[in-house]
Design a protein around this ligand. Structure first.
Ligand code: G3P
Length: 217
């Protein structure tokens, strides 16, 4: 399973990229606003930090406007992935852009039927939002299971990119189901490495080592 980070904070991206565990980056207009940076500048900078896909979202609602904006962002770097909303206009733009060889991430997916449409439109990635499902009292992971089943039934190559990930359990469940990618905030990715018994064991080893009076050199 690939790990993408869901942020436009370049310091966080560079720090996580240094671990070698980062396969890509996703951004959205809210994350760009949070970063307080120029959209095109920050996307270009991120594309220079990671080799994998960097999702950059268009904001036009109509097909022609989406294509115009997509053309601007895809010129920034070869690893730009144009992010489009799951609307009929977005799907139309998805078909056009992927047929031209541009990566497309179809976002704001909340149903398996929407994911089926995105696959038929040739999407590179489909982004179902699990956390926002949980927020309204529905289990977001049920949606991931349904999409996995449907895509496997028809051998669709669209990758399931689990988005709106809020905690490590979402990532564990995504891996169990066989999702292709998860995108999570930096803190959630870092939390995957934490375990109290690891900390306790390390403290014990460090204390016992000090008692030996030795150094490794
Ligand atoms: O980028 C889309 C998605 O990951 C947003 O997550 O937490 O705002 O629902 P969230």
């Amino acid at each position: 399973m690939k790990f993408f980070v869901d942020t436009a904070d370049v310091a966080d991206i560079a720090d996580l990229a240094a671990t070698g565990l980062l396969d890509g980056v996703t951004t959205n207009p809210s994350l760009i606003h949070k970063a307080g940076r120029n959209f095109l500048e920050v996307v270009k900078e991120i594309c220079g930090i990671v080799e994998g896909p960097v999702s950059a979202e268009v904001v036009a609602a109509d097909f022609e406007g989406m294509l115009r904006e997509a053309d601007v962002v895809r010129r920034l770097a070869p690893n730009v992935c144009v992010k489009l909303p799951l609307t009929m206009e977005g799907l139309k733009a998805c078909k056009r852009l992927t047929s031209e060889g541009t990566m497309v991430n179809v976002t704001l997916c909340f149903s398996a039927n929407q994911a089926l449409l995105a696959a038929k439109a040739g999407a590179t990635f489909i982004s179902p939002f699990v956390g926002r499902h949980d927020d309204v009292g529905q289990d977001g992971m049920d949606l991931i299971e349904d999409i996995r089943l449907i895509y496997d039934n028809y051998d669709f190559t669209t990758e399931i990119l689990v988005a709106s990930v809020r905690h490590p359990i979402h990532i564990l469940q995504s891996a169990r189901i066989g999702a292709d990618v998860i995108t999570a905030p930096p803190a959630v990715l870092r939390a995957l490495a934490n375990h109290p018994l690891t900390e306790k064991g390390l403290a014990q080893f460090t204390a016992d080592w000090a008692k030996t009076g030795q150094t490794i050199a």
